[in-house]
Write a protein that binds this ligand. Structure first.
Ligand code: MLT
Length: 264
């Protein structure tokens, strides 16, 4: 396990390829391996950079609350460490997308284009935020197995649950190995996150929005509204996929990425 400095923390990162840099930012409570199929298909054409966010995978954990802005700061510092000075494509899934909004707000000059997969711009309602904070407390008390029961069945489509056991097993094992303090800190950070809907009509870079047709957590209709607000966006709806479309239908998502991503 190697970690490299990223501002206030040290992060584990998988990096492969050259040419146009694409930062792949995982969702909650996952790690960089959710992008394995994108590495297989796309690393020969792009410079793919997939960190484990602070608190996840093999990266450093900090306790308490970690805000989406802090996670964005970590990523900017990581790019500095990797000597990435040219603008990147920021590709985030769900929580990775929440970090993406903050990255765009603060580091606009570093963004060449955006890919937002299965994510939301709205913040939590007060009830949802309370439930997240309670979940953070519960995970600290009982460990991540709680999330396997409550979250895993909602992460993927019915087809994946029934017919793609290797994906379900991979997710189960990632969730069970996620550090409880890291999970709790991210839950508290997501509960506090700001609404990004005000940002959408200010986005002026090419933007690809990707959503699984069966996504229960960031539904198609909500992502369609986001697409309507971002003048420079295109929406791709992925059949037979839920909230984790890049894993569940890597073939479709990789083709959409290959169409969209800048070659140099
Ligand atoms: C994720 O996949 O990152 C989560 O569903 C985000 C969330 O809980 O809002």
């Amino acid at each position: 396990m190697t970690r490299i400095p990223a501002g206030k923390v040290a992060l584990h990162v998988r990096e492969q390829g050259s040419a146009a840099p694409v930062l792949l930012v995982h969702g909650f409570p996952l790690k960089h391996t959710m992008w394995d199929a994108q590495f297989e298909a796309l690393a020969s054409k792009y410079r793919l950079i997939a960190p484990d966010l602070r608190g996840f995978g093999a990266s450093q954990v900090t306790k308490g609350t970690v805000s989406m802005e802090e996670l964005a700061d970590d990523l900017a510092a990581l790019l500095d460490t990797l000597n990435v000075s040219e603008p990147i494509t920021f590709c985030g899934l769900s929580m990775g997308g929440y970090v993406g909004w903050e990255f765009f707000r603060k580091y606009r000059d570093r963004v060449r284009s955006l890919v937002m997969c299965d994510t939301r711009a709205a913040c939590d309602t007060a009830d949802a935020a309370d439930a997240r904070r309670q979940l953070a407390t519960d995970v600290l008390a009982t460990g991540p197995s709680l999330l396997v029961e409550s979250l895993l069945p909602r992460l993927v489509s019915p087809v994946t649950l029934e017919k793609r056991p290797q994906i379900v097993e991979a997710l189960r094992s990632i969730i069970l190995s996620a550090p409880p303090e890291g999970i709790a800190a991210a839950l508290n950070g997501m509960a506090n996150r700001r609404d990004a809907r005000d940002l959408l009509d200010k986005i002026d870079v090419p933007t690809l929005l990707v959503v699984g047709r069966d996504d229960a957590l960031s539904p198609v209709d909500e992502m369609r509204e986001m697409a309507d607000s971002i003048a420079t966006s295109t929406l791709v709806v992925v059949d037979d996929a839920g909230h984790l479309s890049p894993m569940e239908r890597a073939d479709v998502v990789n083709a959409a990425l290959a169409d969209f991503l800048p070659l140099v």
